[in-house]
Design a protein around this ligand. Structure first.
Ligand code: AGP
Length: 608
């Protein structure tokens, strides 16, 4: 996700744009830029890295004259975070400047068409096609050119447009990416969210999908998708600045939990075309793939836990041996790895020191590496032979949520893709899994709807220490992540155990009142789990049972029950982990913990 802003009024635009971008920097921060109409032309200034670099380059905007402009802070999706890929993008005739938040999914075809018409591209981005389409369709009527341009786009966009022939006018266009208009006195604004506006005005207009607006210093006109003027009622925003950055949620972690349906959609939709899994960024030769001896997955923390889910799914579908290794262990154990091994490296930040080191050890031994990362052009992404981005958008909370679930979704798509290439999956199962993967965002939303129930359970269990999370097979892999979430934000001690392991020692720790969360969604092992629940209850445990909605068998033994949406067994981890994320969040909130910045932790562990 990126952030866009626009300003038109009587005072200098550039400082206003930079201030607005500062408020949006949490939406993306690998490059930034502004375009301002001044001295008879559009001037652009762009810089890679943090927004501070652009502020220095423009002397906090004072070096850029003009009272009408647009700005952008980028979270790269198409094209590395470089200066030439930074927004705003210009048309060849310099008459149009464009900023964009979203993904133009048909940009490749449009790019080809525009190049055939002689337009010269300066970047690798999807956004640049918009600038050239505007030039192609503009014959003096800005509104008509905007409508014709937008009619050619597929995907999602919040667009800010500047045209040199209309020096005090902005155009804002919204489709599937948020865009809000700010109403000032002799000045008007637009922005990706209210955070960038409430320092200047609390009177805003939320554009709806398909609507677009023309803004000048004293007037805002909103049009519907067919170009008819539509009346919009301004809304007064009463949020504090801090609340606005969190989209009205109390913490970034809760905001990011709630964002998971959208994050999963961003991770899945571009990779499922015509009922097939079509992963980008994989050039794995068929002969090499058919010759692999095994797959090694390496990562740290929650990324390692996503790998534990991936191990079950890939082994089940591809019938290739998979081992999952904590990176800090793999890097130092002189691993037996050669050119016949595929190493999957998972990392949200793409900068975790142990994971980078483990990856380099594997590469030095000849392994082919495939990275599953969120940050475009991160160190791990650049080191890998193949890359699959999770496209979850910036994740601010130290405790990962959407980072983890999008990793699991990408691993599942990879498993289906590899199984198909290896001829290990029949068409009926393939189609069933593809349908289930496509339905994950909707299922994720239904898990999120358990929010109030998990809040209630958290109030019941939040004083307990030493909780157990037990499960078998994929449920055990989810227990690992559920336990870490609780520990890292609530500081309560908990442990995840393979349920079959309890009798080998740890059941000695079960005593009266000990909370045990039993994940019982793996149907084939349900009876075994019920036996484990009976074992711990016989020793006084309180059991929270997690089962598939409608499986009432769990009610016979569990003290509390969480029913999660049904799904193919391979796809259940995402349904199950979300209530566990919410449980950890509400326990930590009950205990007054600093949820977004837990003690002793960092968002990216770039040191050993
Ligand atoms: C997860 O909530 C933690 N923040 C931590 O375990 C994290 O997953 C781990 O440090 C790996 O980070 P990465 O995904 O950026 O490599």
């Amino acid at each position: 996700m990126c952030g866009i802003v626009g300003f038109t009024g009587l005072q200098a635009a550039a400082p206003m744009l930079l201030e607005g971008l500062k408020r949006l920097e949490y939406r993306g921060y690998d490059s930034a830029g502004i375009a301002v109409f001044g001295d008879g032309k559009i001037r652009t200034e762009r810089a890679t890295g943090r927004l501070e670099n652009l502020c220095i380059q423009t002397q906090d905007g004072t070096a850029v004259p003009g009272a009408c402009g647009i700005g952008h802070t980028r979270w790269a999706t198409h094209g590395a975070p470089t200066e030439y890929n930074a927004h705003p993008h210009l048309s060849n005739d310099g008459k149009f400047a464009v900023v964009h938040n979203g993904i133009i999914e048909n940009y490749a075809a449009l790019r080809e068409e525009l190049m055939a018409h002689g337009y010269v591209f300066q970047s690798e981005t999807d956004t640049e096609v918009v600038a050239h389409l505007l030039e192609m369709y503009y014959h003096g009527d800005l509104k008509s050119a905007v409508m014709k341009t937008v009619s050619r786009l597929e995907g999602s966009w919040a667009l800010g447009i500047l045209c040199a022939d209309y020096p005090d006018r902005l155009v804002a266009v919204r489709y599937a990416s948020p865009l809000i208009l700010g109403i000032g006195v002799e000045e008007n604004y637009f922005a990706s969210d209210v955070t960038a506006l409430i320092g200047h005005t609390r009177n805003v207009v939320y554009l709806e999908d398909g609507e677009f607006a023309e803004l000048s210093p004293g007037k805002i006109t909103v049009y519907d998708c067919v170009g008819a003027e539509c009346k919009k009622t301004p809304v007064r925003v009463n949020w504090s600045m801090e609340a606005a950055e969190k989209g009205g949620y109390d913490h970034f972690m809760l905001k990011e939990i709630m964002e998971q349906p959208r994050a999963l959609k961003a991770a899945i939709e571009p990779r499922i075309k015509g009922g097939r899994v079509v992963p980008d960024g994989i050039e794995m030769p068929q002969q090499w793939l058919e010759g692999i001896s095994r797959i090694v997955i390496t990562a740290c923390g929650s990324a390692y836990h996503a790998g534990c889910v991936g191990r079950y799914v890939i082994e089940q579908l591809c019938r290739v041996p998979v081992q999952v290794e904590v990176a800090s262990e793999l890097r130092y154990r002189n691993p037996i790895i050669d050119e016949h091994v595929l190493v999957i490296v998972i990392s949200q930040s793409g900068e975790t020191a142990d994971t980078i080191a483990a990856m380099k050890e594997c590469k030095a031994r000849g392994a082919r590496t495939l990275a599953i990362v969120n940050v475009v052009n991160s160190t791990i992404a650049k080191l890998a032979d193949d890359v699959m981005y999770t496209w979850a958008g910036p994740e601010i909370a130290v405790a990962t949520t959407k980072g983890y679930t999008t990793q699991v979704a990408v691993l599942t798509m990879l498993a289906v893709y590899l199984a198909d290439r290896l001829g290990r999956i029949d068409e009926a199962e393939y189609q069933k899994l593809v349908a289930g993967i496509s339905a994950l965002p909707e299922r994720c939303q239904r898990s999120i709807d358990l929010n109030p129930h998990m809040d209630r359970l958290a109030r019941k269990y939040h004083r307990h220490n030493a909780l157990f999370f037990i499960g078998r097979n994929l449920d055990y892999a989810v227990c690992l992540e559920a336990s870490l979430k609780l520990k890292e934000i609530s500081y309560l001690h908990s442990e995840a155990y393979a349920a079959g392991e309890l009798k080998h020692g740890t059941i000695a720790l079960i005593e009266e009142g000990r909370p045990v969360v039993a994940l019982c969604c793996h149907d084939a092992l349900f009876d075994k789990m019920m036996a484990n629940i009976k074992e711990v209850k016989a020793r006084g445990a309180q059991v929270m049972g997690v089962a598939i909605e409608g499986d009432r068998r769990i009610l016979a033994e569990a003290d509390d029950v969480v029913f999660v949406p049904a799904a193919d067994p391979m796809l259940l981890p995402i349904s199950e982990v979300i209530p566990m994320q919410l449980f950890a969040y509400y326990v930590a909130k009950e205990n007054g913990c600093d949820i977004d910045k837990p003690k002793n932790l960092a968002k990216s562990v770039t040191v050993e």
